[in-house]
Design a protein around this ligand. Structure first.
Ligand SMILES: [Mn+2]
Length: 352
């Protein structure tokens, strides 16, 4: 049985609200979903597994209609769906009254339920969130009824408040494939057996790295699954190594050069690291306005020569401060305090 596995699409979300690319990204999420459905159609995929949080919040009726239209257009593929913690089955949720196309299998109860696919001798298990949180480890104790069938589990969660999961319990559970959602960074928890899909599209700039869908084939003899990135938008943590001989202009030019060489779908979260010349001012806000830069963070430490400073500024507050800080038990905190304190005092003295 050929399948596509996605999760955490978060339809209806507007990522990076207020930024110039925000509306485009909102549309990207819908376009990527449509793209996945097109891939399913072209590749004659048997079932699309959607492991929760298809919508970012309670779906609007027209949003459900849009989704259902994509499902109804499929000529061969079935769609298995569960509600996650974001789009949980609120008593007034449109999910409750909506009637989906015939090929949609909505596992809408909060108790583990299943649907049969007799044509593949397969069975899909899952449950939907009726609450924002579920703290019981419902998946760890789930077991397929008939081990002769291809058994698939749709699972949403993996943290303490959203159905905690244990790798060893899932390994022993007897499912042939466990399609997980909820954690936005995807990956194979157990190779070709238990896969966290990751968000189809990054939902904010914390979701760095590639995002996309998984496609594979599951039989009673085993499962093969691979990741397919969707490259509409990818947030990249871009580190720029700064040394004390670099000027602010050089750093700016370095960033401009790096931006020229990046992939067009990438957005940069810039991180300045290393040491800078004492007193050098980098205008982070200016860099943050460059095209395709989401944010700029500076972790630069000014490159002070403390023994030289002590000699040069003997008898001043600066010397006293350095001596006092050096006398403390040394840790990352005292080291930072030494740098920031010296920086403040040094710059105040220089300005006089
Ligand atoms: Mn979730």
């Amino acid at each position: 049985m050929k399948f596509i596995h996605i999760a955490d699409v978060h339809l209806g979300l507007t990522p990076d609200a207020g930024r110039p690319w925000s509306e485009r990204r909102k549309q990207d999420i819908w376009d990527s979903l449509a793209e996945v459905f097109q891939v399913a159609e072209i590749n004659h995929v048997d079932v699309i597994l959607i492991a929760g949080d298809l919508f970012h919040r309670q779906p609007l009726l027209r949003e459900l209609k849009e989704f259902n239209y994509l499902c109804g257009k499929l000529t061969h593929t079935k769609v298995a769906l569960i509600a996650g913690n974001h789009d949980y089955m609120h008593p007034k949720s449109n999910y409750r009254s909506f009637s989906f196309a015939e090929n949609v299998m909505f596992l809408n109860q909060e108790k583990l339920m299943s649907v049969e696919l007799p044509e593949y001798q397969a069975c899909i298990y899952g449950l939907s969130y009726w609450h924002r949180e579920i703290k019981e480890n419902l998946y760890d104790v789930a077991r397929p009824r008939d081990t002769g069938k291809i058994n698939i589990l749709l699972a949403h969660g993996g943290d303490a408040k959203h159905i905690p999961m244990s790798e060893s319990a899932l390994r022993e559970s007897g499912f042939d494939y466990i399609a997980c959602g909820h954690i936005h960074k995807g990956g194979q928890i157990l190779k070709n057996r238990v896969v966290m899909a990751g968000a189809l599209e990054p939902t904010d700039c914390a979701d760095t790295g590639p995002h996309g869908y998984w496609m594979g084939e599951v039989t009673k003899r085993g499962c093969q699954v691979s990741f397919f990135p969707i490259q509409k938008c990818e947030y990249v943590l871009h580190r720029i190594g700064v040394t004390e001989d670099m000027t602010a202009q050089e750093i700016e030019e370095k960033l401009k050069e790096d931006l020229k060489n990046k992939e067009p779908y990438q957005l940069y979260r810039v991180m300045l690291e290393g040491t800078s010349a004492p007193g050098m001012q980098i205008e982070e806000e200016k860099l943050a306005k460059f095209t395709d830069v989401v944010s700029v963070e500076s972790n630069l430490l000014p490159a002070y020569d403390f023994s030289q400073l002590k000699r040069e500024y003997r008898g001043t507050l600066l010397e006293k401060y350095i001596l006092r800080m050096e006398a403390l038990p040394q840790s990352a905190v005292t080291r930072e305090a030494l740098y920031y304190g010296v920086d403040a005092i040094y710059q105040a003295m220089e300005q006089r």
